[in-house]
Design a protein around this ligand. Structure first.
Ligand SMILES: [Zn+2]
Ligand SMILES: [Zn+2]
Length: 132
């Protein structure tokens, strides 16, 4: 699959036995439908997070195309304070997270803000932090 931002082919990585698509160029991550749910622990925070997702119909940002169906994706707010904006396929193929957004979303949806998935993601991006 190609990155919806840079159009370069993405790497398939494994995170907690879940295959995710990762773009080395822009550090964005694609999750297929249902994968975000799998990455979150089954808690109230998870449900709050999933319930908080709302489409922003008038977002001025350029709409990206779904890497699976090539249709334009919706801009979707995540979090009670609409703190993160992700791209979600209208046909529910999955969700695109720009650099660092997946970490933010998992943190919002977790009771333990330093859980295993967050640590794994931090490790994944550690190379970048070193270069700064
Ligand atoms: Zn990219
Ligand atoms: Zn799609």
């Amino acid at each position: 699959m190609d990155c919806p931002v840079c159009k370069k082919s993405m790497l398939v990585l494994e995170l907690q036995q879940i295959e995710i698509d990762y773009c080395q160029n822009c550090d964005g991550i694609w999750l297929d439908a249902g994968e975000l749910e799998l990455l979150l622990e089954d808690t109230q925070e998870k449900q709050k997070l999933l319930d908080s997702m709302v489409v922003d119909p008038n977002n001025p940002e350029k709409l990206r195309r779904c890497p699976k169906c090539s249709k334009k994706m919706d801009k979707v707010f995540v979090g009670q304070n609409k703190s993160v904006l992700v791209d979600k396929c209208k046909r529910d193929h999955g969700i695109w997270f720009d650099d660092g957004e997946l970490n933010q979303v998992i943190e919002l949806g977790s009771v333990d803000k330093n859980n295993k998935v967050i640590q794994l993601l931090n490790d994944m991006f550690a190379h970048k932090l070193k270069n700064k």
